[in-house]
Design a binder for this molecule. Structure first.
Ligand code: PAF
Length: 282
């Protein structure tokens, strides 16, 4: 297990010097099938895979769940051993943010709406830690899940703007049999709330059908349908439902290009996000 940045750097350097393509899967641990699918994708596309496990304090707001975020390192390491034994980087907070650390990466417009509006500073924390991981690992490719679609857009923009020499690969959202997107936070749902949570993906899939099969193109009608669907299940509040251009994340009035439908909702104290890409919206 690699614990310091010099250890990670020299490991990755030796791999690259021997001609190996290095893949990085950044995580905050509490690993589930979604993470493991990214590890598999990296193993398919790269010779060496590094999984980082670090619950990054700078991406949590003061009233968010940093202290309660699940930390399951022993189980995570066991899971990784049965999934091809990638190298694992597990730094502590002082390693990533030594005393006096005073730099932050702020990505522009793509980071402002949706999660960025509700969680101010969140994407600064994400971009900063991810860039540190990219620089320390010198990975050739990094793997992120579609579930955190806005995060993926923020990271792609940072990489493009700062000319970071790394390929960003998106893995599909991995879902439970009833459609709920896998998330480390799902374990905190009560059994009733867990059942109810399936309505989030169901409402997105129904919206996708409206667009593709019924050719409904007004974003407002789609958003209304999704909200009604979710609220009818009861016990949930909606933070946002948005229909946006999947490249710029600008809100759309008419669905006439590659589109992403994003939502965030709260079930009790648990906040869940999900999205679908409507690839053939044009
Ligand atoms: O998606 C996550 O788990 C985190 O935001 C990431 C990318 C590991 C950065 O801390």
């Amino acid at each position: 297990m690699l614990q310091t940045i010099p250890q990670l750097r020299s490991f990755a350097q030796s791999q690259r010097q021997s001609g190996k393509r290095v893949g990085l899967v950044p995580t905050m641990g509490a690993l589930h099938e979604g993470h493991l699918s990214l590890v598999k994708l990296s193993q398919e596309q790269c010779d060496t895979t590094v999984v980082s496990i670090f619950v990054n304090p700078t991406q949590f707001g003061p009233n968010e769940d940093f202290a309660k975020y699940p930390r399951t390192l022993e189980n995570d390491l066991r899971l990784l051993e049965t999934h091809g034994s990638p190298a694992v980087f597990v730094p502590n907070a002082a390693e990533m943010y030594p005393n006096g650390f005073d730099t932050s990466i702020r990505v522009g417009n793509v980071a402002l709406p949706f999660e960025g509006a509700i969680r101010p500073g969140h994407f600064d924390g994400v971009a900063t830690v991810v860039l540190k991981l990219f620089l320390a690992s010198q990975a050739d490719a990094a793997f992120f899940g579609q579930k955190d679609f806005q995060q993926l857009c923020v990271i792609k923009k940072m990489v493009a703007d700062l000319n970071v020499p790394i390929e960003i690969v998106m893995g599909p959202t991995i879902r439970e049999p009833d459609g709920l997107a896998m998330s480390s936070r799902n374990r905190y749902l009560s059994p009733d709330d867990r059942c109810r949570a399936a309505v989030l993906s169901q409402s997105l899939f129904a919206a996708e059908r409206m667009i593709i099969r019924e050719n409904i193109r007004q974003a407002e009608a789609i958003k209304q349908k999704i909200s009604d669907h979710i609220l009818a299940a009861g016990g949930m509040t909606i933070d946002y439902v948005s229909v946006a251009d999947s490249l710029t994340l600008r809100e759309l009035e008419t669905i006439d290009r590659q589109t992403v439908i994003l939502l965030a909702a709260r079930i009790g104290a648990i906040r869940l996000i999900d999205n679908v890409l409507v690839e053939n919206a044009v």
